[in-house]
Ligand binder design. Sequence first.
Ligand code: UN1
Length: 491
Amino acid sequence: MTEEFGLFIGGKWVVPAGAKRFVTKNPATGEELGSFVSATEKETTQAVDAAQAALRHWRELPAPKRGEILLEAAGIFRRRKDELGAFVSKEMGKILPEGKGDVQEAIDFVLYMSGEGRRLLGETVPSELRNKYCLTLRQPKGVVAAITPWNFPVAIPNWKIAAALIAGNTVVFKPASTTSRCGVEVGKVYEEAGLPPGVLNVVTGPGGSVGRVLTTDPRVKAVSFTGGTDTGRQVYRTAADALKYVHLEMGGKNPEIIMDDADLDLALDGALFGAFGSSGQRCTATSRLIVHEKVYDKFMEMFLKRLTTFKVGNPLTPGVDMGPVASADQESKVLEYLEIGKKEGAKLLAGGKKLKGGIYDQGFYVEPTVFEAKHGMRITKEEIFGPVLSVMKVPSYEEAIRIANDIDFGLSSSIYTRNVNLAFRAMDLLETGITYINAPTIGAEVQLPFGGVKNTGNGGREAGTTAIDEFTEIKTVFVDFSGHLQKAQIE
Ligand code: UN1
């Protein structure tokens, strides 16, 4: 019997009368993982009511006390790491070490934010007048919405939730429908940690109803969204009418450049992990490999040889390198791109098909695929979000940088070279929010800002020192203790 879950509103798990339901399924086996309420606009509004009602008390609780609750939550995530990691793997298909890594990333960030409760730094700045202080404070925005994707179903919600909470906001969290079980479990962790009722609300259901309320209700002051570019644009447009602050984290088409002086073994490990980790379903995934012509043949021979021992299978089975893609929708999108690649004349070097037979018939398994492509083909420009890598040969460093940048996205990039001058120039030249030197395009750490330029985002950065910027208003305060009227600017 599939376990049934409610909505977490005002500190209670509620099941509205006559609620419609949907189930999530393991993309490796088809096993059902839970049945969830498909929330309507009415219930989403109730969640906003609860968040609004909880705001005053929560924002007035001293930030270090809020931090103690986050510390508690981090401990619970740690205690439940293996179990939650398995939920991640079962619900979206990444292999177990990566499922646990997803939870670890949440733990890291929640811990980091719990300490932030003792900082939340403002500034003190000199005044142009005597006996006057000028300073800034950080204040919460109010009720904020967290709309999150299925590819990091524990980490990404926590990037938003923990940063919002430490700054004194209350949250309505809408997990991706595909990974509602992980979303509900995140809610349960905060409930167990002792978060007061209404401070975090979890609303499962479709973007149509839940997303509409979160982007239009005037009480929601900020919307933090991670997901596809089309949906992100729609969120931005809708929320613009109510002048909400919107933070968007969207797609990528991330290049790994391999120069002729690179350590090829290192570059190979990086390319495999970057391209096929989480079945390529990371915003940061390596989807383009740009290889210097002098090492191209040698590198590709090494790459294709390694790929023959690369194991695709059930993500819970030890030793498996890659699981299925996350859903039927993902599978059809990826398969469509495989056809597009073949039609536009890219040369298939490996993979290229849906996997069939045995356990593969129970799930959405696609072969790790490598195309030799020409820059400009659709497969080199559009985000596929699957295990599909386009490889391009270049004659020079300049051409590598040009191709890397000739793209609408700008999240992550990487270059393998031993030449320190080229590496440092690349840090400046590569048009992405994140650049790696001699490391793959994936694997950002939470204490550093995360985000991208171009169509990847709209200017903000999550995580790192910037994490709380998206969830705080800066209040400027002037304190005049001179006892008489002093006029700035006027002599
Ligand atoms: C994402 O794919 O949206 O840098 C997030 C990484 C991870 C986060 C990815 N730490 O690959």
